[in-house]
Design a protein. Structure first.
Length: 183
């Protein structure tokens, strides 16, 4: 992506600029509220007093650090929500496609959707958990175990031809099998 391109295209610039302006305004307000430091009164050329915050004041530094930490935390939460929303839409779209191509019943569709959400949660836990695999081999083993578990659960819901179609779709999508069942 060229430096001048925006992720959502040129039409996304005005809303993003407005959002950034709002964030900056909020940040300034939070800094002023949180930075309860002793201010120095100065007089400008018109004789009006103004407040100047001292950047060397430890209270001010702490207030800025706190605000920046909170802003980082807020941004991480927003990113997590964005990912979860995208993932939910992806799973719903996948199940909708399976309903058509696999001719799933409503009951099967509900069960498959639940299984895929469980799989998604399991993958997320591996990526974000405290016991993340370290080596490439551990990652491969962990991912294969999760795929095998998903296939085993799907085998209880799908009939033989639907499960065969699932396996074929996984080979087409990932270039290899999604489990070790018959192909």
């Amino acid at each position: 992506m060229a430096p001048t391109e925006l992720p959502g295209g040129p039409e996304s610039a005005p809303p993003r600029i407005a959002q950034l302006e709002t964030e900056m305004r909020d940040l300034r307000q939070r800094m002023t509220e949180q930075a309860k430091v002793e201010a120095v009164e100065e007089t400008d050329d018109q004789g009006e007093g103004r407040v100047t915050l001292s950047a060397s004041d430890p209270k001010f530094k702490h207030a800025v650090r706190t605000i920046l930490d909170q802003a980082k935390h807020d941004a991480e939460e927003q990113e997590q929500e964005r990912r979860e929303d995208w993932n939910e839409r992806r799973i719903v779209r996948q199940v909708d496609e399976m309903v058509t191509s696999f001719e799933l019943s409503d009951e099967q569709a509900d069960e498959v959707e639940a299984i895929l959400f469980e799989q998604s949660d399991a993958f997320r836990d591996v990526f974000q958990g405290d016991k993340r695999p370290v080596t490439r081999k551990e990652w491969g083993t962990t991912m294969q175990r999760l795929r095998d578990e998903t296939r085993t659960k799907l085998a209880k819901v799908l009939d033989e031809s639907q499960l065969k179609q699932w396996d074929e779709d996984q080979v087409n999508q990932w270039g290899r099998g999604f489990g070790r069942g018959p192909r």
